[in-house]
Design a protein around this ligand. Structure first.
Ligand SMILES: [Ca+2]
Length: 125
């Protein structure tokens, strides 16, 4: 879809229509919005791309399939979540995710480092 829109822009006609189409079909925004309510979604790539991990509770070990991969998130929950560098909520606290927020990136400091996740626990207050 985006490729199609860029083609329209290059032609230079119907620019107003092309911009509104971009807003409606932007796949990154659609994917962030697609995160189910009351679920924390962690994405493999920035801008909510790649594989997604759905969490309704914390995990002391995110598992080999998703270890050191998180690059963006969507948090349509009422909970504050924390991402940790190592399993068992050890190592650095990489990121504190506030309720009802989403971000296209976790920042270069936290990128591809998450190994455990918890919410509103002794490790995430
Ligand atoms: Ca990643």
């Amino acid at each position: 879809m985006l490729k199609k829109v860029r083609t329209v822009l290059a032609v230079g006609t119907a620019m107003t229509i092309a911009i509104s189409v971009t807003t409606l079909v932007n796949p990154a925004v659609a994917q962030a919005a697609a995160c189910p309510n009351n679920v924390l979604c962690l994405y493999q790539n920035t801008s909510w791309g790649g594989n997604v991990m759905l969490l309704t509770k914390g995990t002391s070990n995110i598992g080999s399939a998703f270890n050191d991969r998180t690059s963006s998130f969507s948090n349509p929950t009422d909970l504050k979540w924390c991402l940790f560098q190592n399993i068992n909520f050890e190592g650095r606290r990489l990121l504190t995710i506030m309720p009802r927020t989403a971000s296209a990136t976790v920042g270069s400091d936290a990128n591809d480092r998450t190994s455990s996740v918890t919410y509103q626990s002794a490790w995430c207050n």
